[in-house]
Design a protein around this ligand. Structure first.
Ligand code: SF4
Length: 308
């Protein structure tokens, strides 16, 4: 399959440590136990070598559950850097282990140029209710403090997801994140929904309430100069077509472990439109919304009949 990514100078791919396990038990993810990490590493290194033999790799995104909980993560990053020669290595992590300053320094020396760390609530009560792990909020705050004191800071992106647990306190969350001045951006999205994860249903936001309240929250983000980027949330929910918006772009060979073809999109990130979209003035520029929420009956799209 051809993708716009092919035409770019360098390839964006990912390195998914899906077998590492995680001490958090986030409501949208569940408990992740350690699996066959040796096979996982072999497959991902092979993927990286195959791509680097054919193309220039520009960015490697390291993710999984949670990469930084693997005790040899520094070694893995060195190897990724060596194989890929990528200019940018991004690490997505819950951030908890970065309370350890030595680990923070070693992953940066190994080649990490960018960190993505989620904050789900403005206090421990909300954040920890989403990670289902007591102490996780405090760890993230301490990790951020460690990053703040670095002389050579990596690029830092704070991320978050709108969930039932935090949807009525988003302004407070925005305010907290606006105070992390050394963060480059704040990316806000809605969790991908895997229908087999029935436990997650209680955490799905009330979309009718969100449609009613979200625009007011976005106005607040402008007042406090939050460097906000909305990801994968259509205009019929935001009621704002000015705030920077980005849609998920699939990394080349990113999800080979799911058995997906190049640029294959996992089910929880697939989008669709409904017949209502045909009457929406944003139809041509909109990618729709996550199909698992639409097909599960959790949201009804309400088309906009004139430009905002
Ligand atoms: S095209 Fe559909 S999903 Fe997109 S903004 Fe309009 S109603 Fe919403």
């Amino acid at each position: 399959m051809e993708n716009n990514n092919d035409k770019k100078e360098g390839i964006i791919t990912n390195f998914v440590l899906y077998s590492v396990g995680c001490s958090n038990e986030c409501v949208f993810c569940g408990k992740a136990n350690r699996g066959d990490i040796d096979k996982n590493l072999r497959d991902e290194y092979d993927k990286l070598k195959e791509i680097s033999n054919k193309s220039k790799i520009e960015i490697v995104e390291i993710s999984g559950n949670d990469p930084i909980e693997y005790e040899k993560i520094t070694e893995v990053i060195w190897k990724i850097k060596h194989i890929s020669k990528a200019e940018k290595i991004m690490l997505s992590t819950h951030g908890r282990n970065l309370v350890n300053k030595d680990l923070l320094k070693s992953i940066l020396e190994a080649g990490v140029t960018s960190l993505r760390i989620p904050i789900y609530g403005h206090n421990a009560s909300i954040h920890d209710s989403i990670t289902q792990s007591k102490g996780s909020f405090e760890d993230v705050m301490r990790a951020l403090e460690n990053i703040y004191y670095l002389d050579n800071k990596p690029e830092l992106i704070i991320t978050s997801l709108i969930l039932k647990e935090n949807q009525y306190n988003l302004k407070e969350l925005f305010y907290l994140i606006s105070k992390i001045k050394f963060a480059k951006e704040f990316h806000l999205s809605i969790a991908g929904f895997v229908p087999s994860k029935r436990n997650f249903i209680k955490s799905i936001p009330d979309f009718e309430d969100l449609k009613r309240d979200f625009n007011d929250t976005l106005k607040f983000s402008k007042k406090i100069n939050l460097k906000l980027i909305i990801r994968d949330i259509p205009v019929c929910i935001t009621k704002d077509d000015k705030i920077p918006h980005a849609d998920f772009s699939v990394p080349y060979k990113g999800y080979k472990h799911f058995g997906l073809e190049d640029y294959g999109v996992p089910i929880y990130m697939q989008k669709k439109k409904t017949k209502e979209c045909e009457s929406c003035v944003y139809n041509d520029s909109c990618e729709g919304f996550f199909r698992t929420y639409i097909e599960g009956g959790f949201i009804k799209l309400t088309p906009l009949l004139k430009k905002l």
